[in-house]
Design a protein around this ligand. Sequence first.
Ligand SMILES: NC(=O)c1ccc[n+]([C@@H]2O[C@H](COP(=O)([O-])OP(=O)(O)OC[C@H]3O[C@@H](n4cnc5c(N)ncnc54)[C@H](OP(=O)(O)O)[C@@H]3O)[C@@H](O)[C@H]2O)c1
Length: 350
Amino acid sequence: MAAPRNQAAWLTKADTPLEVGDAPLPTAGPGELVVKNAAVAINPLDWHMLDSGVFVQQWPAIFGCDIAGEVHEVGPDQKRFKRGDRVIGHTINLVSGRPQDGAFAKYVVVPADKAAILPKAISFTDGVVVPFALEAAVCALSLKVPGVAMPGVSTPALGLPYPSLQDPTPSTGKTIVVNGGSASTGSMVTQVATAAGVRVVAITGAHNFELSKQCGAAEVFDHKDSSVVEKVVDAVRKSGDEFVGIFDAVSIPPTYANDLAILEKLGGGHLACTHPPPADAPANVKGGMIFAVNDVTTPVWKEFVTPALEAGKIKCLPTPTIVGKGLEHVQEALQKSKAGVSATKLVVEL
Ligand SMILES: NC(=O)c1ccc[n+]([C@@H]2O[C@H](COP(=O)([O-])OP(=O)(O)OC[C@H]3O[C@@H](n4cnc5c(N)ncnc54)[C@H](OP(=O)(O)O)[C@@H]3O)[C@@H](O)[C@H]2O)c1
């Protein structure tokens, strides 16, 4: 039988449109799967890579980090998966630089430790919203020791427990604030923290309160409300819980201003950011920037993701917006992501 033909959306030069063309068919080495993609999702990181070539290590490049599809080949040492399994996975071109590790292709290499079986009841286009956000959420919440996010910037180390399958989830007696609770990362941090027994007080746009509650937030406040800081502080104090700190999904000057005001009133704590933390944070604020590729997530991928999706403990939120079918739609999806989204993840079906 002839080998299947692979195709990819190639970036040949920064700030030029992706070109769909042939690509070598990857093979699965130790610790790897090759997946035939059925859907890929877009993250803000992707359009940064398109625009500036940041993080590209090999030209021409294939990037992208969220996939859902069927296992085509399993690496020699892999027992958890077999050909034909429906999976979701987080691809790691960001750290490896290898084109075969970039999601925007028909066939892609996925680390087996960053993949999980997708339950039959969940479509590929729903499931594909989970992987990168999940990796980011566990990196934000469960690292015990700070690592290096980028030169001079450490990762946060909140040391919170992994999410649990126990129902009801035992409480840790802790509360975290999630600023940007309707963002892809913010909604997954809300879900993962809730499943770890950490109470979430979230900040979103008023139109996204329901989404944040579906993710498990105990209370949600509007980022446009001029009293948002006081309301969040009140909600944390009323809980009587230990205050862990803030995960800021958005990490821009206006969200940092609210974060620092909340932290000041609550006596300091962690500030886990998706970008470098504010330089003017006082000493009682432990600021850090997440780096969403880390082995700390392995037990979650291996033991939690599939049963949690089956039980509805992790939901495929925010819901996808399908931009089109075929690799030629990735470029359009990247432009839409750059223009900004609210409470959705852009997805391309393949
Ligand atoms: N360092 C890392 O490893 C890492 C990993 C993943 C992502 N990131 C970065 O994290 C950022 C978020 O990524 P994402 O995929 O989660 O983004 P996203 O889903 O595209 O974020 C969109 C959301 O941002 C919210 N938002 C905008 N302004 C806000 C404000 N002032 N206050 C509260 N919420 C606000 C919007 O909420 P409303 O519509 O409700 O107003 C919207 O739902 C990006 O910059 C990305 O590059 C970094």
